[in-house]
Design a protein. Structure first.
Length: 151
């Protein structure tokens, strides 16, 4: 079983650097941003969402641990009195495929229930078919779909 530990400032600094790079890359791959501006835009979005870093109110940033070893991260936020949102979940590549993301998400659902919410949303990039499959198995459903075509 995995354990969720709230991030400390050292964990957060490691996380935010890699998260910005990953998010920028996904936005480029999805055709939303060009490569030249992607890092700057990703930094702007993260700064807006987490102005006080790991201490930003109503945001819960966890290090996912297995046997006391950090194997990933999950970021959950309260969006309203009744709804939460998973902004990020990432399992280190060498630990993928063992069900750790599923365990972490189930624990986040329990956190959400304790906080009194009755709905959790998330976003998944269209090219991330593995993550999308996991979310569907956990009961998440499409609420809208954005489509694009290069011409």
């Amino acid at each position: 079983m995995v354990k969720l530990d709230l991030m400390n400032s050292d964990d957060y600094q490691k996380y935010i650097t890699s998260a910005i790079e990953s998010y920028a890359e996904e936005k480029v791959l999805s055709g939303n941003w060009n490569e030249e501006e992607s890092i700057m835009k990703a930094k702007e979005e993260y700064t807006m969402l987490l102005p006080k870093g790991e201490k930003t109110e109503n945001n819960y940033l966890y290090t996912i641990r297995k046997n006391d070893k950090a194997i990933g991260v999950i970021w959950f936020a309260l969006k309203s009195q009744n709804e939460g949102f998973i902004y990020d979940i990432n399992i280190l590549e060498e630990h993928q495929g063992f069900g750790y993301a599923k365990e972490a998400m189930k624990q986040i659902e329990a956190v959400g229930q304790k906080l009194g919410i009755n709905k959790i949303g998330l976003h998944v990039f269209g090219q991330n078919k593995i993550a999308r499959g996991l979310y569907e198995k956990l009961g998440y459903q499409d609420t809208n779909v954005l489509m694009a075509k290069n011409i």
